[in-house]
Design a protein around this ligand. Structure first.
Ligand SMILES: [Zn+2]
Ligand SMILES: [Zn+2]
Length: 202
């Protein structure tokens, strides 16, 4: 019984750690990465800008298109853990959840009909983040609710102004400033190349 309880606690902690890692990557993208960012601008900045302007655009993509970047990062993590001899079930669980963070995110932008009964049920019982919860991330000024796997971490992190504090610390120590989000009302209209995506049916 004690072992089961300990295992359950570990599962919860791993889920929250994976949620936090996904939220951290999302925060970096939103705060500092745009399409003109060297090296990762095209791969990361562009899709992120598209998502903030056209949130439903991602729902047309299959699992691999949605998850490939995170699958590669998770595979590197698993390979690294294996090399170090610490590839435990906790590492595997973390890697699988982290690899699917953007897929969970996509489900928050799909309708219940698109998600089907199982995913809708998992959202209803709050094992996965709900669409209503994630909608707050897409509410101006779009500077909160970066975690997209559960409903648990965002109220805590936003409540203590964790991300704002990190941005302040980075600005103070390195001079790095948060970049403007052109999808926020009054900051648009956004880059001209977005027009080709706006013209496509949702
Ligand atoms: Zn975002
Ligand atoms: Zn979203």
């Amino acid at each position: 019984m004690k072992i089961l309880a300990l295992m359950l606690v570990q599962i919860v902690l791993v889920v929250l750690a994976a949620d936090f890692a996904g939220g951290f990557v999302h925060w970096v993208e939103d705060a500092y990465v745009r399409e003109d960012t060297p090296l990762i601008g095209n791969l990361v900045g562009r899709p992120n800008t598209i998502h903030h302007h056209l949130p439903r655009y991602m729902t047309r993509f299959n699992w691999w298109h949605t998850s490939r970047d995170l699958v590669i990062l998770s595979a590197v993590l698993v390979a690294g853990a294996w090399c170090l001899g610490c590839l435990t079930w906790q590492v595997w669980l973390f890697a699988v959840l982290a690899a699917n963070a953007n897929e969970f995110h996509k489900w928050e932008h799909r309708t219940r009909r698109e998600n089907g009964k199982l995913i809708s049920f998992l959202q209803d019982i709050r094992l996965l983040q709900t669409a209503r919860h994630h909608a707050r991330h897409h509410t101006d000024p779009k500077e909160s609710h970066y975690c997209t796997t559960t409903n648990v971490l965002n109220p805590v992190l936003d409540g203590v102004r964790f991300w704002a504090a990190l941005e302040w610390l980075l600005a103070m120590t390195t001079g790095l400033k948060r970049r403007e989000d052109t999808s926020v009302r009054g900051h648009g209209p956004g880059p001209a190349w977005l027009d080709e995506f706006r013209r496509q049916p949702a």
